[in-house]
Ligand binder design. Sequence first.
Ligand SMILES: NC(=O)c1ccc[n+]([C@@H]2O[C@H](COP(=O)([O-])OP(=O)(O)OC[C@H]3O[C@@H](n4cnc5c(N)ncnc54)[C@H](OP(=O)(O)O)[C@@H]3O)[C@@H](O)[C@H]2O)c1
Length: 196
Amino acid sequence: MAEAEELPKLREDFRMQNKSVFILGASGETGKVLLKEILEQRLFSRVTLIGRRKLTFDEEAYKNVNQEVVDFEKLDDYAAAFQGHDVGFCCLGTTRKKAGAGEVEARVEELNFDRYSIFRPGVLLCDRQESRPGEWMVRKFFGSLPESWARGQSVPVVTVARAMLNNMVRLSDKKMELLENKGIHDLGKANGSLKP
Ligand SMILES: NC(=O)c1ccc[n+]([C@@H]2O[C@H](COP(=O)([O-])OP(=O)(O)OC[C@H]3O[C@@H](n4cnc5c(N)ncnc54)[C@H](OP(=O)(O)O)[C@@H]3O)[C@@H](O)[C@H]2O)c1
C-alpha cells in the first residue's frame, strides 16, 4: 500500500508541475470560494473561468485570471475555450430535479477523463447574497445546531472547496472518486497526512 503523504509537500509537488485549470460556475457560491482558494494556494500557473458572462474583480490577486464567455446551449462551438487545460472544476448550479438524479454523473463518465471526482455535499453553508428563502431557512437551522450535529447533514462551502483541492493534489490510481458529506468534511479539514 502506498505511504500517506504530507499535504504541504503534495501541494508543492503539484505547483512545480505548472498546471492549468478551468472553472465552470465561478460566479456561484462554491465556484467563488474555490477560485479564491486556488489563487491563495497558488496551485496553477494558468487559471481560466468559463461562464455565460464576464465577471469583474477588483482585487490584485485576480489580475491574471483569464475569462472565456461561452453559450452553454452551443458548447460544441466553444470547444477551444476548454482545450489546453490540465484540470477542470465544475461548480455549475443545478438541482437534482433539473439535472435528473445521477444523470450528470453518468454523462461525465462517458467523457472518459483520466481521473474524475464527484462531490456530493450536504446543505452548503455560505453567505449567499442572492435571495433564496427556502435555502436561507435551512442554512439558519443548520447554522444554529452544535457543529457535531450539523456536520452530518451540512458543510461550509470553504470546506468543500478545500476538499476539492486536497483531493486533487493527492495521488490516486483510481479513475473515479465519489465523496459524500463526511468524506468532504474529513478531506476539507485535513492539514497533515493524506492517504493516497
Ligand atoms: N446549495 C446547496 O445546499 C447544495 C447542496 C448540495 C449540492 N449542491 C449543488 O452544488 C452545485 C453548486 O451549488 P452552488 O450553491 O455553489 O451554486 P450557485 O451559487 O447557484 O451557482 C451557480 C453557478 O452556475 C452558473 N449557472 C447556473 N445555471 C447556468 C446555466 N444555465 N448556464 C451557465 N451557467 C449557469 C451560475 O452562473 P451565473 O452567475 O451566470 O448565474 C453560477 O456560476 C449545484 O449543482 C447544487 O445543486 C448545492
